[in-house]
Write a protein that binds this ligand. Structure first.
Ligand SMILES: Cc1ncc(COP(=O)(O)OP(=O)(O)O)c(N)n1
Ligand SMILES: Cc1nc(C(=O)O)sc1CCOP(=O)(O)O
Length: 217
């Protein structure tokens, strides 16, 4: 990995993906702030069932918070909303808008993250202008119904074949993150290991330490 992209590998160390499934009466903004206080280095707003107006208001609120913490903020799938509020970028999957088309909408300076499960998908995403790849699911996950498992060997192969940063996602916890050692990733993305925890700030700080250890930092 060595290509210049719109995000730095260190920003991708501990990437928090939101999920209102874990709210339990709390607000998303308070949970994201706890993750930021604990040291999350990147935030993705992932909403699957929110109406446009509520999604817009929430995105503006979380964007403001992330700016205060100087942490990149991207939106899952919704390129139009990312463009409208001037978010730092978007994350798209294999069945979403193609990276080349996202780039046309957002311009050269925004961050485009793309999900990849195979080397072919990873190479194509890089060629089409992705700034980083999210590869998973590296472990079984309860947070995404249609996740398909990606083996350690495939993760490693993807890292070897692209020149953009790769992060792993899916079922990662403080206890199993060590298993990703020597894969070539520069960080991890999680939902439940942060937002499913009682003390989000402490869990984030702990996971960040474990991730740094795994990376040999
Ligand atoms: C960092 C990161 N990596 C992968 C994904 C999965 O994206 P996608 O395949 O589009 O699936 P949904 O998240 O839309 O269910 C992600 N969101 N973030
Ligand atoms: C959003 C997402 N994408 C995945 C993929 O495999 O692409 S797995 C996943 C869910 C990650 O949540 P948790 O950390 O709770 O397992």
């Amino acid at each position: 990995m060595s290509k210049q992209t719109n995000t730095k590998p260190e920003e991708l160390l501990l990437y928090a993906v939101t999920d209102r499934h874990w709210l339990n009466g709390a607000t998303l903004i308070s949970q994201v702030e706890a993750a930021l206080k604990g040291g999350a280095t990147f935030i993705q707003l992932r909403e699957k069932n929110l109406d446009d107006e509520a999604f817009y208001k929430e995105a503006l609120e979380i964007q403001k918070l992330c700016r205060n913490y100087k942490v990149p903020f991207v939106i899952n799938d919704n390129v139009e909303l990312a463009k409208k509020i001037g978010a730092d970028g978007v994350h798209v999957g294999q069945s979403d808008m193609e990276a080349l088309d996202v780039r046309k909408v957002l311009g050269d300076d925004k961050i485009i993250g793309v999900s990849a499960q195979t080397v072919e998908q990873a190479e194509l995403a890089e060629k089409h202008g992705a700034d980083y790849l999210g590869v998973g699911a590296v472990f079984p996950t309860g947070s995404k119904d249609d996740a398909t498992e990606v083996s350690f060997e495939t993760l490693k192969e993807i890292c070897e074949h692209v020149h953009i940063p790769v992060i792993a996602i899916g079922g990662i916890t403080r206890d199993n993150v060590v298993k990703l050692n020597q894969s070539g990733i520069c960080g991890i993305a999680v939902i439940s290991a942060i937002f499913g925890q009682t003390d989000i700030e402490a869990a984030t700080a702990d996971l960040k330490n474990q991730t740094k250890k795994m990376l040999g930092e």
